[in-house]
Design a protein around this ligand. Structure first.
Ligand code: BES
Ligand code: MN
Ligand code: ZN
Length: 539
């Protein structure tokens, strides 16, 4: 993407002098009171005075209410202001989640034809801390994203440059740079997720991984069919056998810390299209099953961010990638397959394929003696019903890991919610013909899927993120969200900081974005999406 996001120290005065197509002024409610105060400083130029007066009058008249999140007032050709258009935007208390929402609300104006350069001036509290700066940087990057790969007729966003103006560039710099790295990862995850399944094939995902491996600290291995057979990944291969596309197990390594430090292993579900296989899905909304590789996309997105940010940590990324197709060679209901772990699985429903490819990747993770394993998967329609598109399901065998992931989600505005793993939930997975079945009954489907995975999780802290509801949006805003790259990166960067502090206890490194926020998010009040319908229909 061509858009660059730049951080700059800006006052009202210097912001008024910035030549731009749009001057977006973020006004927190606290700032409203301050604007009433007559300015004592004599050095203020006409531009600053003009903006100050504008803010005052707009609020006094009631035309603009900064306390109302997303409230807007647009003005053209304001005297003494160099920008063509001035847009006042209310950001209420300027909490990170509010800043994100407010920016989302003006994304269309940022992408408007003819807007090449935008200056975003964060007044007072609007950039009060690292969390606010990061929220702004992420939201502004996201606002500039536009899918064009298979729609070249889509007019290119003309936006080339956004200047984010804050009171002190020096103070905000580290948090800003971090957010840009994360934003690059989110953008890659969105783009891969959005690509149609005839483009984003397993082979193409492997190619993307190879490109990522050109960066410092990153290496890649791709295991093809023969190697998967040698590894005895019978569950993964059973899913792949119905597809004409060759399966790929992508293995990425990022080394930012000494080799002796055990890595975090990320495992991403890479079903590039999920027809359901012989247990075929209904036609309505099936196109959305191209998003069934969003777990994989998030792992690749994390590696993109690691490449940019180079934190002191070791990470392994594993992506089993395949299609799930029906056909003469496809796995059938009742078939029994032997997983890499040696445990046998009766495939009662070929549409429960995600767990079949993940279980072998989880077994493979053992060889890295990981400090933690986290799998990320669009695993169950049941999770969409349980949590919708607001929070990802967080399952974890380890309370500390669960807490760390939930906190990272809060900090990154990429929320999760802890789900249970009581052993009783696993009862339904019993099989008369194998060590386990791949499905249980209809009840608590997201939990029984997690219980299945847990049988392969090994002795280290393990977490499973069910992102079926959060990885993409349905309806007229259909598209991948890039979640949970933000959550994962916050977790990993926090870990890097903690490990550095352990190694050198005398120094206390700053941790940008460590703040949490209460995000009082409302669920969308739209009619049931095709995603919800598809999810609800499955029996
Ligand atoms: N990829 C789907 C899960 C899914 C469905 C995500 C709808 C988002 C929206 C997964 O492979 C699947 O088909 N799961 C089945 C499991 C069932 C057969 C136990 C499901 O959720 O219906
Ligand atoms: Mn499926
Ligand atoms: Zn699936």
């Amino acid at each position: 993407m061509a858009m660059t996001l730049e951080l700059k120290t800006l006052s009202l005065q210097s912001a008024a002098q910035e030549k731009a197509d749009l001057l977006l002024v973020l006004v927190p409610q606290a700032e409203a009171g301050q604007q009433q105060e007559p300015k004592t400083q004599a050095a203020e130029n006409e531009g600053a005075a003009a903006l100050r007066q504008l803010l005052q009058q707009a609020q006094q008249s009631g035309d603009f209410e900064p306390a109302k999140l997303g409230n807007q007032l647009a003005l053209y050709s304001v005297a003494q202001v160099a920008a063509r258009k001035v847009l006042l935007l209310g950001v209420a208390q300027a909490r990170p989640a509010q800043l994100c929402k407010a920016i989302e609300g003006v994304a269309a104006q940022l992408r408007q034809k003819g807007v090449k350069k935008a200056v975003v001036l964060a007044l007072g509290d609007a950039a009060q801390d690292d969390a606010a700066v990061q929220a702004l940087a992420r939201a502004l990057s996201a606002a500039a994203y536009c899918y064009r790969h298979t729609k070249p007729s889509e007019p290119e966003v003309s936006l080339q440059k956004i200047v984010l103006g804050v009171a002190s560039k020096a103070r905000a710099q580290a948090a800003f740079e971090q957010a840009l790295g994360v934003a690059a990862g989110i953008a890659l995850a969105r783009e891969l997720g959005n690509l149609p399944a005839n483009h984003a094939t397993p082979t193409r995902l492997a190619q993307t991984a190879r490109e990522l491996a050109k960066a410092k600290g990153i290496s890649v291995k791709v295991h093809a069919q023969r190697e998967l057979e040698r590894l005895k990944m019978g569950a993964f291969l059973a899913v792949a056998q119905g597809s004409a596309q060759p399966p790929q197990l992508i293995e990425l390594h990022y080394q930012g810390a000494p080799k002796t430090q055990p890595p975090v292993v990320l495992v991403g579900k890479g079903v590039t299209f999920d027809t359901g296989g012989i247990s075929i899905k209904p036609a309505a909304g099936m196109d959305e099953m191209k998003f069934d590789m969003c777990g994989a996309a998030s792992v690749l997105g994390v590696f993109q961010a690691l490449a940019r940010l180079q934190p002191r940590i070791n990470v392994v990324g594993l992506v089993p990638a395949t299609e799930n197709m029906p056909g003469g060679k496809a796995v059938k209901p009742g078939d029994v397959v032997t997983s890499m772990s040696g445990q046998t699985i009766e495939v009662l429903n070929t549409d429960a394929e995600g767990r079949l490819i993940l279980c072998d990747a989880l077994s493979y993770a053992a060889r890295f003696k990981p400090s933690a394993v986290i799998d990320i998967a669009t695993l169950t329609g049941a999770c969409v019903i349980a949590l919708g598109g607001v929070r990802s399901g967080v399952f974890a065998s380890d309370d500390a890991l669960a807490q760390a992931l939930l906190q990272a989600g809060e900090a990154a505005q990429d929320l999760g919610w802890r789900m249970p793993l009581d052993d009783d939930y696993g009862q339904g997975l019993k099989s008369a013909f194998a060590d386990m079945a791949n499905v249980a009954g209809r009840e608590a489907g997201a939990v029984t899927a997690a219980k299945f995975l847990q049988k392969f999780a090994g002795d280290w802290p393990w977490a499973h993120l069910d992102i079926a509801g959060t990885a993409w949006k349905s309806g007229n805003a259909k598209g991948a969200t890039g979640r949970p790259v933000g959550l994962l990166m916050h977790y990993l960067l926090g870990l890097a900081t903690a490990q550095a502090a352990e190694a050198a206890p005398q120094r206390k490194p700053a941790s940008p974005g460590g703040q949490t926020s209460k995000a009082g998010k409302k669920p969308a009040k739209s009619p049931p999406t095709s995603k919800a319908r598809t999810a609800a229909k499955r029996t």
